[in-house]
Design a protein around this ligand. Structure first.
Ligand SMILES: [Zn+2]
Length: 294
């Protein structure tokens, strides 16, 4: 695929647009973390976090944003897990740790703070009732509840009793699934009605994203005094991706379609392909992310 000149040009354009989206969101940040800002004391603590499941969307953000954060400032990678019974060893935790290793390879001089946010059932029940339900309101479906709770605990960024992320901005991969077809229903639509079906369902999801997700997520993150940053929702990125045909956004790849469907997503290959052409990815490869991405 990457030998196709048109495809490669689009891939490069997307990469540039996403980098610009990140630059805009990062470079205007003052030199304080969330703690030192109270005294306006410039510091070297982490001031940026990435909501980090270890999947390809957030991995791409972490790699690209590395360019825009001062070299001696750590970047927080916040990974949330709710599975108390299994010692919080969730698929996202395992993928997150593997991707962390990749990031360390890509930039060994950067301090990557992997923050493990473990949430017990008791704490979840308590805080959901006391606080999170009000932030999510007027939404109240099970999906809103689970996404809202996950984002609330992630953006609190608290590991155990002693460690809390000092980030002021939180980068999230929100919108990538809607743009690149990352949900099971996208796959189902493609199987049933081919490209037109996929096109329609992607359009529908895009129309719904603002009232379905954005207000909720903004309130949930702001509750911790942090700012939500969503580079995939940058206007230029969005306009560009939406101008592409469905097969360009989600193009399966020459490795055979079986593998894609097994991954339960149509998106991963397209993101992977453009990610791969970043020189850093080419040097190190991104196989781990792909194999573990949901
Ligand atoms: Zn500080």
């Amino acid at each position: 695929m990457l030998n196709n000149r048109d495809w490669l040009a689009r891939v490069l354009e997307l990469k540039e647009k996403l980098e610009e989206a990140l630059r805009k969101r990062i470079s205007s940040q003052p030199n304080y973390c969330n703690v030192c800002i109270k005294e306006r004391k410039p510091c070297r603590h982490s001031s940026l976090g990435v909501l980090f499941s270890g999947g390809v969307d957030c991995a791409v953000l972490a790699v690209l944003v590395d360019e825009f954060v001062e070299k001696n400032r750590p970047i927080d990678l916040i990974n949330v897990a709710f599975d108390e019974l299994n010692g919080y060893l969730t698929p996202d935790r395992i993928t997150g740790l593997k991707t962390l290793e990749e990031l360390k390879n890509i930039n060994p001089s950067r301090k990557w703070n992997f923050i493990e946010v473990n949430v017990s059932q008791t704490e979840l029940d308590e805080l959901r009732k006391e606080r999170i339900a009000d932030l999510i309101y007027p939404l109240k479906s099970i999906l809103d509840d689970s996404l809202g709770c996950a984002l609330w605990f992630a953006s609190r960024g608290k590991q155990g009793e002693d460690l809390v992320s000092s980030c002021r901005g939180l980068l999230v991969g929100m919108g990538a699934d809607e743009l690149f077809g990352g949900y099971t229903r996208h796959r189902a639509a493609f199987k049933k009605h081919s490209w037109l079906g996929l096109h329609n369902v992607l359009n529908e999801d895009w129309q719904n994203i603002s009232h379905r997700n954005l207000g909720r997520d903004d309130r949930v993150v702001s509750d911790h005094g942090r700012q939500l940053r969503t580079p995939y929702l940058d206007e230029d990125v969005v306009n560009f991706v939406r101008s592409l045909n469905s097969w360009e956004k989600t193009f399966p790849s020459d490795q055979g379609s079986t593998r894609i469907w097994r991954e339960n997503s149509v998106k991963k290959f397209s993101v992977l392909y453009w990610a791969q052409i970043c020189s850093k990815f080419q040097e190190k490869g991104v196989t781990v992310w792909f194999e573990n991405s949901k």
